[in-house]
Design a protein around this ligand. Sequence first.
Ligand SMILES: [Zn+2]
Length: 553
Amino acid sequence: MINKKLFFPAVLLAGLLILQSCGTRQNQLQSAMNQPDSNIVKKLKEFVDVKLTTDLTQLTDKEKQMIPILIEVSQIMDELFWEQTLGNKDSLLNSVKDSAVRQFALLNYGPWERLNDNKSFIPSFGEKPKGANFYPKDMTKEEFEKWDNKDKSSQYTLIRRDKDGKLKVVWYHEAYSQLLTKASELLKKAAELAEDQGLRNYFLLRAEALLTDDYFNSDMAWMDMKTNTLDLVVGPIENYEDELFGYKTAYEAHLLVKDKTWSKKLERFSSMLPFLQKELPVDARYKKEKPGSNSDLNAYDILYYAGHGNSGAKTIAINLPNDEQVQMKKGSRRLQLKNAMKAKFENILVPIAKTLIDPAQMNNITFDAFFNNVMFHEVAHGLGIKNTITGKGTVRAALKENYSAFEEAKADVLGLFMVTKLIEKGEIRDIKAEDCYVTYLAGIIRSVRFGAGDSHGKANMMCFNFFEDQHAFTRNPDGTYKVDFEKMKKAMDAWAASVLMMEGDGNYGAATEYLKKNSVVRPELVKDIEKLRSANIPLDINFQQGLQALGLK
Ligand SMILES: [Zn+2]
């Protein structure tokens, strides 16, 4: 799963809706006058331009030679995604005279505004079809469901009509054979340059998979690959673009460079999980399991986004593969995109903090603290227990639909707990616990600025409300927030114990009631978040990427 929502939800501001409804009429008027559409110009300004790059000196000559090839593969994925979401990209772009509208269409991969509920911003295009261009536009759900065909639900087939108007399947590798053959050849060329055996093997198998729509072996090879520096997540992967049935996967690419410093850190921290488990501030019964280390967690810098991965809110974390067969055999891998997070931190989180954090604590808002919080959240999922201590089976089974909210809250608070312990132990010297706390608080406010409806949002609010009730932070009369470090530490231990016990007890009724009562965004916070609307905080980042951005051209 590609995570776009975890830290930067892609939901809209109600205010934007109002702008949009008068925008359509304005579009027509403005283009008649042949002037840039001021409404669209305004919308474009909600995206900050950031150059996507990394320290290339860490790469070998061969790796540097691979980059242009892998970018070319990515650009093919981009073309394929246009085909899947819209159909004819050129006819759309040629029909638009206004350069701002054209730019906005490129950013949105079509005439529909992705971060605003897919509202159409080019009047001649109606609503976005729920099935994108995966299905015939005139096909109903009923027609599809009645149709007897074994490959119709495959994640790698398009549904089309034959000459008699009957439905038929067309495999991706047939429909897009020309572009896929080119991408496949380029991957083989990159494989020849690969010095890492695992990467070479993955590229060769992926090159084959693109031409057969059988991705199993290449997914297995991707999980087996451990010592590579470069990575290219490529192919038809996520099914979110198919809003009709959620069957069809969209082409995408993420070109990545592994952060070796973080790899080493994570190895060391994972080895300390048994020590940290013992230190958990809870009764021994709630920490008797051996903690699991999430060894396949790593930090990367991203060099290129393409296709589905570049549409809508920008991805900052990836968790793959989606194939459950592969997951059962090899587990899954989590990739945190550090430079993308930094761009969002600087351009979105810092302005939010400036509006809502006590000015005296602004120097506690740091990217290092932010990134540490994110990484420790992930590692902390491995702490605590997976099975209830009351004979109710696994925590997941006992807490049912509420499990994710508690599990995310656990990872949040135990992440902070880990950082605190490791700083006390002298294992971490480059950041301060105080920075982690204040940055964490600002992060919560940011994550619920568009609402707290999903399990991460609910988890965030349970944490926020618990800390508020324990006076871990106070709200100044002007609506800014200030952390009380002593009380924060105590509240952190108390909250860690509460969550671990709610998980261990597995009492569904009690947990449900707690969640319902404590996951709400309280009126005062709602009011404070209102202030962000007038603070002109960007909606998302628009990455400038490619050979030029990397200084390779
Ligand atoms: Zn999590």
